[in-house]
Design a binder for this molecule. Structure first.
Ligand SMILES: Cc1cc2nc3c(=O)[nH]c(=O)nc-3n(C[C@H](O)[C@H](O)[C@H](O)COP(=O)(O)OP(=O)(O)OC[C@H]3O[C@@H](n4cnc5c(N)ncnc54)[C@H](O)[C@@H]3O)c2cc1C
Length: 180
């Protein structure tokens, strides 16, 4: 639950909960009732604030991710951003990594002798890093993948479990276009 005082006596709130499967957005009254029920036992001001919220002001969306891919490119086509590495927003890195992809891809396209070569270099540089960020986001977002993915993810997940300071240094010390 995140509460932000946005001034003019208004508060922005955002709340997340784990669900078994994505649900289609429902009617405002139904969404409001579901949120009230989910946070009923929380300490005030949370229940009171939720009760005071206009149901039509609530936006409910499923957050959907998937285990990391092992490749992004085929021939002269590649992926970047969420299409390449969707992650739950537990670390706030989805857009950041999309920007990193863009800078790295532009760098590769201007320095490689061919488009295919540029995409190979781009993918080799970006995929391992974003796998770790995806895995750490999943862990922090309390996401669980199916057993096959868990096996595949084990190596990445171990790398993603380094201490917070070391992780942040690794995360924020990155310079796209300068790595390799
Ligand atoms: C609640 C929440 C909080 C977040 N907080 C953060 C944060 O603090 N920091 C951070 O870095 N990231 C955050 N993110 C993640 C960030 O929003 C995404 O990672 C980022 O928007 C991905 O950018 P993208 O361009 O790859 O994809 P998108 O933003 O999804 O853009 C894809 C675009 O393609 C369009 N499109 C789809 N199909 C077609 C089609 N067939 N033809 C034409 N257009 C099409 C879509 O409409 C969309 O506009 C958050 C995400 C959520 C949900």
């Amino acid at each position: 639950m995140v509460l932000v005082d946005v001034g003019a006596q208004a508060v922005f709130w955002s709340a997340g909960m784990l669900g078994a499967a994505p649900t289609e957005p429902g009617a405002p009254a139904a969404i409001h009732a579901r949120v009230l029920e989910a946070f009923r036992d929380w300490p005030n001001p949370v229940p009171a604030m939720l009760a005071a919220t206009d149901p039509h002001a609530i936006i409910e969306r499923p957050l959907v991710d998937r285990p990391p891919l092992t490749r992004w490119s085929v021939g002269r086509v590649t992926l970047l951003g969420d299409a390449a590495h969707p992650m739950v927003p537990a670390l706030g890195q989805g857009a950041n990594t999309a920007f990193e992809d863009a800078v790295e891809l532009a760098h590769c396209l201007t320095t490689a002798p061919s488009i295919e070569g540029a995409l190979t270099t781009y993918e080799a540089g970006r995929l391992p890093r974003t796998q770790v960020i995806q895995a750490r986001s999943a862990t922090q977002g309390s996401r669980a993948y199916d057993p096959d993915s868990e096996r595949y993810l084990r190596g990445v997940a171990e790398q993603a479990q380094i201490g917070q300071d070391a992780f942040e240094q690794w995360l924020y010390g990155y310079r796209p276009g300068a790595v390799r």
